[in-house]
Write a protein that binds this ligand. Structure first.
Ligand code: DAS
Length: 365
């Protein structure tokens, strides 16, 4: 039954006065303006996430690096519920064609943006082939705790059940979340959040292609990150490396170990100027007895030998196990696969050429 006007006149001032007595929190909640959306910059480099195929059934036959960043962002209007997003087209290439110069140029832009008060998080759209190398490189050299999230897709946006849009939505959600700060460079693929250090591409044509041997750090579900683990190795603000102090990366090459192998590739790499060679060895980074003398000679010429393993996913190369690393002055790559070991060796060589220092760095990063 409606209040009489007389009673209303009596009650309203009393209710207003009572409202003023509410604890500040209640007032603050009602009065506060909605928290501003995080400002996220998407740096686009190409890859399948920017790819296009001839028809929807072409999920593995397509051209990478075709769709510009503006179209990627426009294709996901829901992004504006997560963050204030703007895009920059840094490159438009398939990532198998990345060079050290691409890594340095991208790293310098990421460093510049992460130093800006007008940027809360950064997303990098990237081809999946070398995504793990770029993510690890940035993890080593970007001196900021702001979220940097690298993302790709296994299918072009033109395909049935394309994975790029949700992967990018997840990446923006993580880059916009304050609890992603300080966790190092991250990778979002297939609903999972991985450490840029650990993750690698384990399958070449499925959306669940990316695996971390020690497991993902968390998941993104409906635009919300859920965390279950933290990185164990040094990264970003806790790294001794800084993109601002890196002018170039030394040539570091990878040679594969297998039955009947010879030392030809190692010698050719050294002759071409390699400062370190990553041995993608069998098993525990083992080296054929047909190759050991050649590697000892290269070490004597000043070329570093880093023993990684072609076995990728869940173990690590043990120093002085089957190979006398102390005697040969070689470096054990620990749990890093050959392509990650190449990145760390190249970054480490910007500050030292001492093999004991290199080994310390391989234990710590
Ligand atoms: N060629 C692959 C690349 O650019 C396509 C992809 O998977 O992103 O890495």
């Amino acid at each position: 039954m409606p209040l009489s006007s007389q009673l209303r006149h009596l009650l309203l001032p009393a209710l207003a006065a009572a409202a003023l007595l509410l604890p500040p929190a209640a007032h603050a909640r009602e009065a506060a303006a909605p928290a501003r959306l995080a400002k996220v910059v998407i740096l686009a480099t190409g890859g399948t996430i920017a790819g296009a195929g001839a028809d929807a059934a072409s999920s593995a036959t397509y051209q990478a690096a075709k769709v510009p960043v503006e179209k990627l962002v426009a294709g996901i209007p829901e992004l504006k519920n997560l963050a204030e997003v703007r895009g920059e087209q840094v490159f438009q290439i398939a990532s198998e064609s990345f060079t050290n110069e691409h890594l340095l140029q991208l790293g310098r832009r990421v460093a510049e943006l992460s130093a800006s008060a007008d940027v809360d998080g950064i997303v990098i759209t990237h081809g999946t082939d070398t995504l793990e190398e770029t993510a690890f490189f940035l993890n080593l050299v970007i001196r900021s705790d702001k979220p940097v999230v690298v993302v790709g897709s296994m299918r072009p946006g033109t395909a049935l059940s394309a994975d790029g849009a949700l992967n990018l939505y997840d990446a923006v959600a993580v880059a916009a979340s304050s609890d992603a700060r300080g966790k190092g460079v991250l990778v979002t693929m297939n609903d999972e959040i991985h450490s840029g250090r650990d993750v690698s591409k384990a399958v070449n044509i499925r959306p669940d292609a990316f695996r971390s041997p020690w497991g993902p750090l968390g998941m993104v579900v409906e635009g919300k990150p859920y965390w279950f683990r933290l990185p164990a190795k040094r990264h970003t603000l806790n790294s001794e490396f800084d993109i601002a102090r890196i002018q170039s990366l030394a040539p570091v090459e990878i040679a594969y170990g297998y039955g009947n192998v010879s030392d030809t590739a190692y010698k050719a790499f050294a002759a071409a100027g390699a400062k370190a060679i990553i041995h993608a060895g069998t098993g525990n980074g083992s080296v054929s007895n047909r190759v050991v003398p050649g590697l000892q000679a290269l070490r004597a010429q000043g070329v570093h030998i880093v023993r990684s393993s072609r076995v990728d996913g869940g173990g690590f190369v043990l120093r002085n196990a089957e190979q006398p690393d102390d005697k040969y002055d070689w470096v054990a790559a620990h749990d890093l696969n050959p392509q990650k070991a190449r990145i760390l060796a190249a970054v480490a060589l910007t500050t030292t050429s001492d093999s004991r220092e290199l080994q310390r760095i391989f234990w710590e990063y």
